[in-house]
Design a protein around this ligand. Structure first.
Ligand code: RP5
Length: 162
């Protein structure tokens, strides 16, 4: 499946080289909150890309993105969603890259966002999603940077696979 015509690439920013982190979110309404993750990566010179893509509204595109992510050179995926926040879990079901979930609050949240928190953290054994706090996309960006740095050989970050 060809990705580019079907995905809304909202922004693509690169610090050093091609994107190593994919930042996904379920709705354009999540963008303001999720930009905090991009800011942390930009400050560290870590290339990243941002897509608005919904597990419920575009399930085939989400699966294709996740399955092709490693081959495109991505190293960590951040996925933010609110309500029945399926996006991080669906992404994790389709890749073996580390996935960081960001539970988001929205105007329709139940229990102040607890709906999204539980949707993200209650993954079944064998399909892990790392979760940060409610609306805390900044921590997702920091964690993604630490994962990449931990996986680096001495002297620098891994370069993306062409
Ligand atoms: C979720 O539903 C999105 O991640 C968003 O947080 C929430 C509301 O989406 P919109 O109705 O604003 O598109 O899927």
């Amino acid at each position: 499946m060809t990705l580019e015509p079907q995905l809304a690439v909202v922004a693509e920013q690169t610090g050093d080289g091609p994107p190593l982190v994919g930042i996904l979110m379920g709705s354009q309404s999540d963008m303001d909150t999720m930009q905090s993750a991009a800011k942390e990566l930009s400050e560290r010179g870590i290339g990243h890309e941002i897509h608005v893509i919904s597990a419920h509204r575009q399930p085939d595109e989400v699966a294709a993105y996740a399955r092709e992510a490693r081959g495109r050179g991505l190293r960590v995926l951040i996925a933010g969603a609110g309500l029945a926040a399926a996006l991080p879990g669906v992404v994790a079901a389709n890749t073996d890259l580390p996935v960081i979930g960001v539970p988001l609050s929205s105007r329709l949240s139940a229990a102040g966002g607890l709906d999204a928190i539980l949707s993200i953290i209650q993954m079944p054994p064998g399909v892990p999603v790392a979760a940060v706090g409610l609306d805390n996309a900044r921590n997702a960006g920091i964690l993604a940077a630490r994962i990449i740095d931990t996986a680096s050989p001495p002297g620098g970050r891994p370069t993306a696979v062409a």
